[in-house]
Design a protein around this ligand. Sequence first.
Ligand SMILES: Nc1ncnc2c1ncn2[C@@H]1O[C@H](COP(=O)(O)OP(=O)(O)OP(=O)(O)O)[C@@H](O)[C@H]1O
Length: 303
Amino acid sequence: MAPPLCAACGQTRAQILRPSNHQRLCAGCFTSLFESEVYDVISSHALFSRGEKIAIGASGGKDSCVLAAVLHALNVRHDMGLDLVLLSIDEGITGYRDHSLDAVRRNAAALDLPLHILSYQELYGWSMDQVVAQIGKKGNCTYCGVFRRQALDRGASRLGVRHVVTGHNADDVAETVLMNLLRGDVARLGRTCSIVTSTPGEVKGSGEGDEVQITDVKRSKPLMYAYEKEIVLYAHHRKLDYFSTECIYSPEAFRGSARTLIKNLERIRPESILDIVQRVHALARVSRKARTGCGRLRRNGSG
Ligand SMILES: Nc1ncnc2c1ncn2[C@@H]1O[C@H](COP(=O)(O)OP(=O)(O)OP(=O)(O)O)[C@@H](O)[C@H]1O
């Protein structure tokens, strides 16, 4: 039996069963719906302003590759006036980051976007290969993540950029929510589910002339409502070139277990992923309001 017609255009045969809502779509309608949904997220959260310089954290993986391709397309289509640059951090992981940076270089050429690469070696004087040789693999992901965040901020500062976007998707956010819940780290939940976060500016250095001024950096996650499966489908249908191997030091057992849990939930009920993100976001808002209310009561002397 021939596949049904696309639920959006009603003209072409459907090729895709949309993972998030099981809609049957043709490839053209799926990619344009995906892009317009990202545009809706950007507009409804007023993420960007005209003329803003944006650094796209480019790891060479599927998420940041899709983010760069979608932002580039939307910038042209909607005349958003964004000044886009790719910013990559080279952690110094031989056999992993060197290959993924090759993918970033090909993407930069394909999209005609400037690319800046900053290494841990240059910033901190050591590479992750050296760190792992010294301390082993245990816990290295956590440190690497903290240093990468800071490296992205420093890279942005050097480029005169105040806004870094990353390719975190809904699955990543739901995973992090679960990890924070299981660890009892409730304080972090609000931040995890926020589409915009920021790092306050700081001055780093010994005070002997080697200070580095890091300005306030806004961070946002324009793909945080997009399902990982849809990101893969989008990359596939747009024939994007990305690097798909896991980090050789990565087997982070706890995140892996959270991921398996999320994938199992998705299998039973696809909406679960977005439900986790949206419900926890709403809860964090309510608890913030309650805290502000208590503070006001105390200040007024009535609490
Ligand atoms: N080395 C890096 N340089 C620049 N940005 C990075 C780097 N590593 C991660 N990021 C940013 O953080 C986001 C989430 O990181 P994560 O570790 O999940 O990425 P990944 O699995 O390497 O690749 P991706 O998420 O792009 O598929 C990425 O989408 C990217 O925007």
